[in-house]
Write a protein that binds this ligand. Structure first.
Ligand code: SAM
Length: 312
């Protein structure tokens, strides 16, 4: 794919670069906010799984003032957590860490000087394998990890927003979220492709069960949970409302829009707002540039195995 062909096919990808967002996912959070008014009264916000940082940019611009460098919103604190390093953003403190670790929760609380967060958002995604069942399972694990860490840092009444895959066992996740939040809505922003099973849960009014002590255990890993959750009935079956968000005037992320150029004006490529700082493909590029990706080199670097010894 040429470097501008994605521009031509994906309107949100193009708009993200034009508006200076690090990733097109910024529009998902903006459209969720438009629907749910997520940012009103928020002074302490946590962005879980934040790299490369477009959701943190949205938090920074919306909570601190119009522009990222804005002087307003001095009392606002934003913490971004990711396994990967992320280029700095004004007003955003970064923790390079794992959201499944209690030490990460402690670090967030330290940054907030013991105060709980008003809002936790999580756009976390594992590397997809293409095996749908595996991907859904791992995504569910990540969502539960995000929920676990959220129970350590969120204030009662606070809001939690997270990416969810609407797979066949999504009812179990809804049930678990409903234990902690009185309002749970599943929402699909218009910038999220219809072809993707991705959606977002907007969980409002954090109200953990009385006596609940936050911990990092994960019920999905407990094999005694041997229930088919889609067979649950009556009050045990939780049906969560589903809401498409971003009004109909917003661009449809599954459509291709023609480039709108003024007469006589040529198309100009816009580079990404923030190129990756340590992409996983860096090593492969280095090897290719130095002609080290050839089969002979790979073979000569390979450790000896009994299979090699018997090979002709
Ligand atoms: N919201 C981001 C944005 O707008 O730029 C994009 C997030 S990206 C889709 C998913 C991120 O989840 C990756 O950067 C990945 O490193 C992170 N991630 C996955 N598992 C994680 C974990 N256990 N702890 C912290 N981050 C994790």
């Amino acid at each position: 794919m040429g470097r501008s062909s994605k521009d031509k096919r994906d309107i949100y990808y193009r708009l993200a670069k034009e508006e200076g967002w690090r990733a097109r996912s910024a529009f998902k959070l903006l459209q969720l906010d438009h629907e749910f008014n997520l940012f009103t009264g928020v002074n302490r916000a946590v962005d879980l799984c934040a790299a490369p940082g477009s959701w943190s940019q949205v938090l920074s611009r919306k909570l601190r003032g119009q522009e990222e460098g804005g002087e307003q919103g001095e009392e606002v604190k934003i913490v971004a957590v990711d396994l990967q390093a992320m280029a700095p953003l004004p007003g955003v403190t970064q923790i390079q860490g794992d959201i499944t670790k209690v030490s990460t929760a402690q670090e967030i609380i330290r940054h907030f000087e013991g105060q709980p967060a008003d809002l936790v958002v999580c756009d976390g995604a594992p590397d997809v394998t293409g095996l749908h069942d595996v991907d859904e399972y791992i995504q569910a694990q990540l969502l539960l990890a995000a929920l676990n860490i959220t129970t350590h840092v969120l204030k009662p009444g606070g809001t939690f927003v997270a990416k969810i895959f609407r797979g066949k066992d999504v009812t179990l996740l809804y049930s678990q979220l409903k234990i902690f939040f009185s309002g749970v809505t599943c929402s699909k922003p218009r910038s999220s492709r219809n072809s993707s099973i991705e959606a977002f849960v907007v969980c409002q009014n954090y109200s953990p069960p009385e006596g609940y002590v936050p911990n990092m255990s994960n019920p999905l890993l407990d094999h005694s949970y041997d229930v088919d959750f889609n067979q649950l009935e009556g009050p045990n079956r939780v049906i969560v409302p589903f809401l498409a968000c971003g009004d109909l005037s917003a661009f449809d992320s599954d459509r291709t829009y023609p480039l709108q150029l003024d007469a006589g004006k040529r198309y100009e490529y816009t580079p990404p707002a923030q190129p990756p700082i340590a992409p996983p493909y860096q090593q492969a590029c280095h090897l290719r540039r130095n002609n080290l990706l050839s089969r002979e080199d790979a073979l000569s670097n390979r450790p000896n195995t009994s299979h090699d010894e018997t090979a002709p």
